[in-house]
Design a protein around this ligand. Structure first.
Ligand code: TYD
Ligand code: MG
Length: 458
């Protein structure tokens, strides 16, 4: 026996209350509580007849479906997914508007259709004519994908059941409308209901669903993380609309690692995979004062990116700290360590730090490169071997006492830097590069001798 009950869910923070309140007790927003109907299992379902017989995990593989993964033909996307889409799985792809989610999904379905898979594109945002216009710009089988434009959840689920595609894109979870719930499409209650109904249908009919979701200003998938536990895999599509490079990374993946990152470039004819991102970034590195090549790891893949810094006298109190592609608080830490342990104070200066190409670096291994870029900018001297046009490479985490700390996969970072002809690779102990134990030693190695002493550099 199932009995339905209703709860009231805050559409701003996801907080639940049994009764309606004018103001959410959790986040304090007004008029955000929305009623949501829940099925509640009755006592009867707890009867002994419902008990299951457990199997040891060693024997559980016999129960696992062995269907091969569906390759989207987009290498970078397949790698992030762990080798393609798992049949019957639900993948949530989040990203800011205009980043290229629909483009990527259309390309993936096009390739799947071209390889003989049954596909379906459900657009709840655009008319099929608009979807057609995009598909016409894309190469591959993008135009061969069957599409519907529909915002009603029931109609979409009924279509899925009748068409039974192997892979389906639903664009987007926020614009589908579950009519039995009050609340506008996109509210937390609606989004959760839409996603869970889609997940149920996907599992039952064994349809792999790529579910598109918009992220809010602060980067959370709307509503606040309510969908992450429902789906098998969450991908974040990041980058800035004005920039060329986009990255796709897995935040959650039941069928693979969450370390992989795919790099794309938005072009006239769609998103193009950037297979050798390092070559691009090193080739474009300026080799001017303030430029350092960071040997970073994006998942299991080493990636060389250029970090640039600019230090200028400030008129402002406090001075500006502008940072792109790197954590602002991390920059504050690096600047503090640089002042205290490196003898390079920038307290009275504006500091700008930029990871070139719109890439966002999320690992502590970036500290040293940022510190060296700021030092180079402050001293106005190029690093590396300017005569031969070779930039300096660096990686390593900075400790608060000025020590340099080991970070993962030093050998792969160094191999990647060597591959592109970089000779000086400033690295923490245990890394087999040009090892240094402290920030002070790193500065001594990187900055030309006459530029090192602060009193000479005025
Ligand atoms: P879109 O996939 O619609 O973004 P989203 O679904 O994430 O909102 O596309 C975003 C932008 O990409 C759009 O403004 C136009 C641009 N674009 C290209 O530059 N080249 C292309 O081939 C396509 C299809 C889009
Ligand atoms: Mg779109």
């Amino acid at each position: 026996m199932a009995r339905s009950a209703s709860v009231h869910v805050c559409s701003a923070c996801g907080h639940e209350e049994p009764r309606w309140h004018g103001r959410c007790p959790a986040c304090g927003e007004w008029n955000t509580l929305v009623e949501e109907v829940r099925e509640r299992a009755g006592r009867a379902s707890l009867a002994a007849s419902a008990a299951r017989k457990p199997v040891t995990l060693a024997h559980a593989h016999a129960h696992a479906p062995h269907a091969p993964r569906l390759a989207t033909g987009i290498g970078e996307l397949d790698r992030v997914l762990g080798g393609g889409v798992v049949p019957g799985s639900v993948v949530l792809i989040g990203g800011a508007p205009g980043i290229g989610k629909s483009t990527l999904m259309n390309m993936a379905l096009g390739n799947l259709a071209a390889s003989g898979r049954r596909t379906l594109y459900v657009s709840a945002e655009e008319s099929t004519a608009q979807v057609h216009l995009r598909a016409a710009r894309l190469a591959g089988g993008a135009l061969d994908v069957p599409a519907i434009a529909e915002t009603d959840l029931e109609a979409v689920l009924a279509t899925l059941e009748r068409e039974r595609p192997e892979v389906c894109v639903i664009d987007s979870v926020q614009t589908l409308d579950a009519r039995e719930l009050s609340g506008a499409p996109g509210s937390v209650g609606q989004v959760r209901e839409v996603a869970s109904r889609i997940v149920t249908t996907a599992k039952r009919e064994r349809i792999a669903v790529l579910l598109v979701g918009h992220v809010t200003k602060d980067g959370a998938l709307a509503g606040p993380r309510v969908l992450e536990h429902l789906v098998d895999c969450v991908l974040a599509f990041e980058g800035e609309r004005e920039r060329t490079y986009r990255t796709v990374r897995a935040i959650k993946n039941r069928f693979g690692s969450t370390n992989e990152v795919g790099v794309f470039e938005m072009r006239q004819d769609g998103l193009v995979e950037v297979l050798d991102a390092s070559a691009r970034f090193v080739g474009a590195a300026t080799r001017a004062p303030g430029s350092v090549v960071l040997a970073s790891m994006e998942g299991t893949r080493p990636l060389l990116v250029e970090v640039q810094a600019l230090v200028t006298p400030s008129e402002l109190v406090p001075p500006r700290r502008v940072v792109n592609g790197f954590d602002r608080n991390r920059l504050a830490l690096v600047l503090a360590v640089l002042a205290r342990h490196g003898g390079i104070p920038v307290g009275g200066a504006d500091v700008f730090v930029n990871v070139v190409g719109g890439v966002r670096i999320d690992e502590p291994g970036a500290d040293l490169a940022v510190a060296l870029a700021v030092a180079s900018a402050q001293r106005n001297v190029p690093l590396g071997d300017p005569a031969r046009g070779l930039p300096l490479a660096a990686f390593g985490e900075l400790g608060l006492t000025g020590e340099l700390r080991w970070v993962g996969h030093p050998e792969r970072r160094i191999a990647e830097a060597r591959k592109f002809g970089l000779e000086t690779i400033v690295a923490p102990p245990g890394s087999e590069g040009d090892e240094v134990a402290t920030l002070r030693e790193a500065l001594a190695l990187a900055l030309p001798r006459q530029q090192r002493a602060p009193q000479l550099a005025a």
